[in-house]
Ligand binder design. Structure first.
Ligand code: BGC
Length: 247
């Protein structure tokens, strides 16, 4: 069965119908730039465009780059403060006319997709999925069960928010070499390991496509295994669709 998955990011909003049994996109994904400023109504209008473009009338899962508790948006570090307190499913349902609308954190969605179809398949211990993009997203799994909204991108390192130092955006913004950026990621992973002692880190986000450029540069001081995500940047779309699939 197909469910529409939409991934709202700080720079782009992308979506595609997903076969939720196979974990695969069934049509070419469509991407629009995130409106600036990324206020709720402007983002909702882009979602309407995506839904109309696919001629969609079925269930839709939508990721959001912030804390989402029972559909309520609680934080939006990389979008706009107007999101705080917004009822996500209500806003998107009104904007698109769709009835089954599920909204969840973007990294949680990507993590669920990786656990079901990607690098986390069969992993029964403690797994931390991290997405490196505009920010750093995190998803924590214990024996395959998600503990939602962990927000490990905001732990403090050297007096700064971790994502300010080690996101993909930080790499671009400060023109960091792979080696320099890998050093920051390494330090970040070591902090996280000290906090939650995972068996496995899955490294996701767009930059995971270039994992050969930085995973070998991690120093090996970690006990946990470190692997790139298998679904790369589609993990959010697939995870969004999974969240809205009928059980
Ligand atoms: C947000 C997280 C999100 C991550 C990746 C962070 O700034 O607080 O909720 O998962 O960015 O988008």
């Amino acid at each position: 069965m197909d469910v529409l998955g939409i991934d709202i990011g700080g720079t782009g909003i992308k979506g595609a119908p997903v076969d939720v049994i196979a974990g695969k996109l069934t049509q070419e994904r469509v991407k629009y730039p995130t409106p600036q400023p990324a206020k709720p109504d402007a983002v909702a209008a882009v979602l309407r465009r995506l839904v109309t473009g696919f001629g969609w009338s079925g269930p839709v899962g939508i990721t959001f780059p912030g804390v989402v508790c029972n559909g309520e948006i609680r934080t939006a570090h990389n979008l706009d403060p107007e999101w705080v307190g917004v009822d996500g499913p209500d806003l998107f349902s009104k904007a698109t006319g769709l009835h089954t609308v599920v909204v969840l954190n973007d990294a949680d969605a990507a993590g669920c997709a990786e656990m079901k179809f990607g690098a986390g398949v069969g992993e029964g211990g403690v797994v931390v999925m991290l997405t490196f993009g505009t920010g750093i997203g995190s998803a924590l799994f214990v024996k395959g069960v998600l503990a939602p909204n962990t927000e490990f991108g905001h732990i403090e390192i050297r007096g700064k928010d971790a994502e300010v130092r080690a996101s993909e955006r930080a790499k671009t913004l400060h023109d960091l070499s792979w080696g320099k950026w890998a050093g920051r990621v390494d330090e970040y992973l070591a902090h996280l390991e000290a906090l939650v002692c995972p068996d496995l880190f899955i490294i996701g986000g767009g930059i995971s496509r270039q994992s050969d450029k930085f995973v070998p540069l991690l120093t090996g001081r970690l006990h946990a295994r470190v692997v790139p995500a298998a679904l790369h940047n589609d993990a959010g779309i697939v995870g969004a669709a999974l969240a809205a699939a009928p059980s």
